[in-house]
Design a protein around this ligand. Structure first.
Ligand SMILES: *Cc1c(COP(=O)(O)O)cnc(C)c1O
Length: 462
């Protein structure tokens, strides 16, 4: 299995290389050169199987020679052992024909645990074999950083540094990053906003001396292994609703387009998915683009679903690559235009995108209302991101086809917004109810490249 860049100028890599590299050298994103197929019989045989079994069957063809079957099975078992639900990704019914896929039973209560827990084990295994170590540096607005620290804590081959904007993330998110006690994970509270954090991480990757010196690596949402891990729950949920004998649709609260793109991969592998629906909050660049208005950056407006407050949706490049018939030159040109504000999508590519994706946009008021409504209608307390999805799904769904909305976080991760909307304070699951009592460990640091680099070098020398 070979991986190619969406901009067509970087070397082809194996799964292992693409995973450890993250971003391609031409600035593009790695995608599989071909999409492995699952027959209807293969899909039908997943019914009633444990999540780990489905994970193995779905992901195995993508990893090529990187791991043996036995190694990969062990990696998967370790990745999901810490989840608080035997089903890993349970499905609950909201009303007739509408189901919620609960992706928040991992250790940090958001769907990012599905990918990050797997990536932690994949990195550890691959690096140990190579006798190598890496330093992972990432920026977070909350969920990615906590999932990364949780996934890599205590592993031997990796040091992790997560930059977050001081004072601008929720207390649960902060505590999930600052309370792990293992010496290889480090939370850095930067005096700046999320864009500053992201810019400093980029600066570190562009400083090639530093990059080589500390063996810098990344696990942000463009890493192919993260997308791959998310393909699994489209299969597990569709099969439990009768696939492949029955078609199923999905609605996905979307920011960086990673989660919904995983659904597209599932469909390309042969899973009979009827519609894939992109749900955005008021930061609706994807919804506008899918409506034919081009892809133009605006100002990010903070919302009560902050993990979707983005303007440049990094994984959308993968969707564009396929919509432009895998023409890397065309994609490189669009990304160049994006640097100065935006681009128009060609008519042919627009048609290709519309064949795959529908979209809807939800206002703050509607999000608020959806949380209150669904508590009354079904007893489900939705997090604000999941509420965006459920609202769009109800508006757009065809009642003849079962709709699955992805619930991307546990309501207790966003207690203030949930309580304001519903009057109910969402409690943390019992297994982490002492989060507010654990002591915190964090380094407050200036928004300054030199200070950050000195700190990181100092810590990994110990
Ligand atoms: C990251 C995140 C999203 C957006 O997912 P993408 O893969 O970036 O589209 C939605 N909801 C929550 C809770 C998240 O953490």
């Amino acid at each position: 299995m070979k991986y190619i860049s969406t901009r067509g100028q970087a070397p082809e890599l194996t799964f292992e290389e693409a995973m450890l590299t993250g971003l391609a050298r031409d600035g593009g994103l790695y995608v599989p050169a071909e999409i492995p197929q699952m027959s209807l019989g293969d899909i039908a045989s997943l019914a009633g199987q444990p999540y780990e079994h489905v994970a193995f069957r779905v992901m195995r063809p993508f990893i090529g020679e990187t791991f043996t079957d036995a190694e990969f099975q062990d990696i998967i078992a370790l990745a999901y052992a810490g989840f608080g639900h035997d089903a890993r990704a349970p499905l609950v019914q909201l009303n007739e024909g509408h189901y919620l896929l609960e992706l928040f039973h991992g250790p940090t209560l958001a769907f990012k645990d599905f990918a990050m827990q797997l990536i932690g084990q994949l990195f550890e295994e691959a690096l140990k074999r190579r006798g190598d170590r890496v330093t992972i540096v990432g920026a977070t607005s909350g969920d990615t950083g906590s999932a990364a620290i949780e996934a890599f804590r205590g592993l031997d081959a990796v040091d992790v540094f997560i930059l977050y904007p001081h004072g601008r993330i929720s207390e649960v998110q902060r505590r999930q990053m600052t309370t792990p006690t293992e010496a290889n994970v480090h939370a850095l509270a930067v005096d700046g906003d999320f864009d500053d954090c992201q810019a400093r991480v980029k600066d570190m990757f562009n400083d090639f001396d530093f990059r080589d010196d500390v063996r810098l690596s990344g696990v942000n949402s463009i890493n192919w292994a993260r997308v791959l891990a998310q393909v699994v729950y489209y299969f597990s949920s569709a099969v439990s609703l009768g696939a492949p004998h029955r078609r199923v649709s999905f609605t996905v609260p979307t920011g960086n387009f990673g989660d919904i793109f995983a659904g597209y991969i599932a469909k390309r592998m042969g899973l009979p998915i009827e519609r894939l629906v992109v749900a955005t909050n008021q930061n609706d660049i994807l919804h506008r683009c899918l409506n034919g208005q081009g892809y133009h950056k605006g100002e990010t407006i903070p919302s009560i679903s902050p993990s979707m407050d983005i303007q440049v949706s990094s994984n959308f490049e993968r969707a564009l690559f396929d919509a432009y018939d895998r023409d890397g030159g065309a994609v490189a040109q669009l990304m160049e235009e994006l640097r100065s504000g935006g681009f128009e999508v060609s008519q042919g590519a627009m048609q290709a995108l519309r064949e795959q994706y529908d979209s809807g946009r939800v206002s703050e008021e509607e999000t608020h209302q959806a949380i209150a409504d669904w508590l009354g209608r079904s007893g489900e307390l939705l997090c604000p991101h999941s509420a965006v999805g459920v609202h769009v799904a109800e508006a757009l769904r065809d009642k003849a086809v079962p709709m699955v909305t992805l619930a991307t976080a546990h309501p207790a991760k966003f207690p203030a917004a949930v309580e304001a909307a519903s009057g109910v304070h969402p409690p943390l699951p019992p297994r982490m109810s002492d989060l507010y009592e654990r002591s915190e460990r964090v380094t407050r640091i200036a928004n300054d490249l030199g200070a950050l680099q000195d700190h990181i070098r100092g810590q990994i020398a110990n």
